[in-house]
Design a protein around this ligand. Sequence first.
Ligand SMILES: *Cc1c(COP(=O)(O)O)cnc(C)c1O
Length: 390
Amino acid sequence: MKKDQSKIIREQAPRSATREHSVPLYLTSSFIFDSAEQGRAIFADEEEGMVYSRYANPNTTEFINKVCILEEAEAGLAFASGMAAIFASFAGFVRSGDHIVSAKAIFGSTHQLFTQLLPRWGVTTTYVDAVDNQAWEKAIQPNTKILFLESPSNPGLELADLSFLGELKKKYPQIIFIIDNCFATPYLQKPLRYGFDLSIHSATKYMDGQGRVLGGVAVGKQQLINELMFFIRHTGPAMSAFNAWTISKSLDTLGLRMDKHCSNALALAEALEQHTEITKVNYPFLPSHPQYELARKQMKAGGGIVTFEVKGGKERAYSFLDALEMILYTSNLGDARSIATHPGSTTHSKLSEEERLSLGITPGTIRLSVGIEDQEDIIGDILQALEASK
Ligand SMILES: *Cc1c(COP(=O)(O)O)cnc(C)c1O
C-alpha cells in the first residue's frame, strides 16, 4: 500500500487517447454520449459517466479524489469557493425550524450566514466557546441538526478537542458534525478519524497555497455527500475546471509546503515570545499555549498562522504594518508569501469591541500567515518593523 504522498502524486484523471503525461485542462461544459441508449443509461444512473460540468468534470473529480486520500474520506464535492462549500453544507441539510450549534470563533462570512442569512429561512444558531468541552452538549436542542466548528480558530488559534467531540457524536448520531479544517489542512489534522461527518476547506488557502484561485471542498461520508450532490446539482456552486486543475497540482506539494510553513511559524513564534515589544504570542505548538498538549495530540505540527500583540495598541499595530518591507499586507492567508493582517480593522471589523475581545482580538493584535520564504528573512523583517515602529 502506497503512502499518502505517493498516492496523491499518482492520482490523475484517466489518461486520454492522446497519452498525455500531465493532466489536461478539461474546458468543456458537457460530455457527449456515444449513443442514445448511453445517454438514457447515464441519466438513469445505470451507467457511470460525466454529463455536465455543473455536476462533475475530470479535473474537479481528480481534485476531490486527492482531498479524499488526504482526509481519509469516502467521497467529496468541489465548490467555487470556501464559502460556497460552507453554505451548501448547511443549506443542503437544514429545514426551517432546525437549529445549529457552532463554535463562536469562526470565519467572518460564516458568522454572517448564522446571524443574517440562515435566520431568514427559520434556522437558528447557538454559539459556544469551543474550548469549553461541557458547553457543547449544553447547547444541543431536540431540533439541533448540525454541530460546526473551526480548529484552530481564526485568529485566536484556539482548539476544539476533536476526540471529545468524536465521543459526543456517538451520543448524538443524528447530528451532522462538520469542521472547517482550513487552518490545519488535512496534512496536519484528520478530523474524520475522530468521527466527524464532514470536513470542509477553503481550498483558496493552503491547498492552492499560492494565492491564485478560489476554491472549496467538502469531504466525508458517502451518504451525506450524495445528499449534498443533489443540492449542488440544482443550485450550481460548482468549482471551475481551471481552478480544480490549478489546485489539484498544488496538492502534490501540500505536505512539503506545510512542513516549511510550520517550521517557519514555530521559529517566528519562539523569537517573538522573547521580544520586549510583544505582549502576547499565540501558536498551538508553543509550550505556553494553554492547549499545547491537545495541539500535540491532534495536530502533526502547529500550522502556519501566528498571532501576536504589539505594545502600544492600534497606532503601534498600524505603524508596525506600514514598516514591514518584505511581508505584504493583504487579507488572504496560506500563501507561499508571508502575509500580515490587522484583524481588528479588517476581517473582524464588523464585530463589536466586546465580541472582538472575547475572541482574543485586541487593537494591537496582528495575524501573520507565515510563508515559505527563508526563515531569517521573515523573522528579520518582523524584528526590523518592530524596531522601526517603536
Ligand atoms: C478563507 C476562509 C473561508 C472562506 O473561503 P473562501 O474560499 O474565501 O470563500 C472559510 N473559512 C476559513 C477558516 C477561511 O480561512
